[in-house]
Design a protein around this ligand. Sequence first.
Ligand code: GLA
Ligand code: ZN
Length: 656
Amino acid sequence: MYVGADYYPEHWPRERWSVYAKWMKKAGFNAVRMAEFAWVFMEPEEGRFDFSWLDEALATLRKRGISAVLGTPTAVMPAWVAEKYPETLAMEAGGRRAVWGVRKNNCFSSGAYRLLSERITRAMALHFRSVPNVIGWQTDNEFGAPPCFCPTCRADFQDWLRRRYGGLDELNRAWGAHFWGHRVRAWSEIRIPPDQSTFNPGQCLDFQRFFTFQNVRFQRDQVRILREVCPKHFVTHNFMGFVPDLNYFDLAEDLDFVSWDNYPIHGEPGMLYDAAGAGDLMRGLKRRNYWVMEMSAGPAGWGAFGRNPRPGEMRLVALQQVAHGADGLIWFRWRTCTAGREQYWHGLLGHDGRPLRRYREAARTARDFKKLEKLLAGTTVKADVAILYDYDSLWATRIQPSFQGNDYQAGLRRYQQALMRAGVNVDLVSTAAGLGGYRLVIAPQLYVLPDAIALKLDAYVRTGGVLLADLRTGVKDESGLCHERTLPGLLSKCLGIEIREYEAIPESTPIAGWLPAAGRALHAIQYADWVIPKTAEKLAGYSGWHLAPYAAVTRNAHGRGVGYYVGTVARESQFYDELIANVIKTARVRPALKPPPGVEVSVRSGRGRKLLFLMNESEQAKTLPVPAGKLEVLSGRKTLAKLTLPRFGVAVIQIR
Ligand code: GLA
Ligand code: ZN
């Protein structure tokens, strides 16, 4: 297991390097990530390489037993690249080239850029393959830059479409190009849609897929070289959690494991719910443990910064990721830079170069990590519940949200957060994942529903699974055309309902019949399917007169399993708490422990061991019942029947 910092030796005089290595060692660090923005220092002019400075930095680290992940530096092109090959700069929709500077401004289809990228990758790989403390690679940095509209990208998009559809008739059919007379008669007529709220939805959806393809291909060019030259090194990439522009499942495919950059906005309500959900998605991309390659180490911003992590908060944020499957923890950054756009993106050391409170907290966390290391080996999160995370549905919802305020991820969070409040772990997986191991599958807004996925979900329920589906499920096919079926289409049998009409609801309407135990009225907002139960039981409805005949929540026995449907958005989170309680009972999913509000629970298990993480994400002490007589690993003490967690406190109980 690795712990350390993102480190930029090129920012500091050489005489500091050995001091920094010493302080890292003292903090218990054993890894850094380096060089991802250092292209111009490694290839100061085309084809002339200079790795001497990085050799020296690596040697200094090696003396302290610190390993390094090197970044391929293609997220920032040197000025000479832009001067010599202006076509490598991305083009805006209006035809203007990006102005060199900032970063992430390259065209991913430019032949020149792809060649230059391969060349620097190969040169680095050859040079560093036998440097003993280089352990792996990060490709580029945070793929997902704004798209490029240059003629090369346009031609590339056209080629991609040609491969996807074979012929223009098929493309015209798939895009529904008879509408507004948008039929194309030559591939060269096709454009990159500059605006996803007015252009053809099928075209917009395909562009997102193409954009993924383009980034994946760029990464693959690098991965191929790294695998060939450095077979012993791992290859990863720093993803961005819930950032939705690329299909992350595809981007993860060529990598050994996923890493991600975790910048929770300190002080924002729900921040740790999001970080937990993002961690679950990062683990779900390859269904294996991951690293956090960047983790906020202080107030952060490019101009204005946010609040400082409170004492204990950095440790909590880090251990939360461990609880969700992180096996590597890297803080961004080692020392706060005195220059450049990120002067206020604070690190473990201040502008004054002194190790701060935050350095000491990172060191403490590294010690905790060490205590956990042996027990965590071979463990991961094993969830009984899967949430399907579907980029096609996400993008299609972004292109046409259906109703005001609709957001795919917000929809997903309602269930994910209710599960967290219930103390239940969850995997976020793609619709392609095998579902056999899950007792419960939640499929929020499966708006784009190919027949094969509908049939798979139906079979999952028939053979004993519990499915929870909700509004806008099954509206579209994979090309973005609306299915010619009464909703929810191929899932009608499984869910035991029919939806002939639906509407956006501008005001709230009380939910009727649902769980009087909740005490106060619950409200439907934003949208309502007019759900007609066929074989399903109506669990809740609406009290407004025109919606009164319809169901808001249904439950249907289908084969050996059960299909639930939710046809609306509820304003109150209690609605989702009650719903999840009902659904997990049916699915026989038992939380490891039902935490009090503000405390998060997560379990890692494997190799016969089971570790219960308890995290107090509030600023008040919390006392909760725990299994007694077990080892609390961080304090080394045996548990009593109750445990008190101080504010931001974390406990890890070995229950097996
Ligand atoms: C991203 C990048 C880092 C850094 C931070 C802060 O996560 O990967 O290089 O720039 O943002 O802006
Ligand atoms: Zn381009």
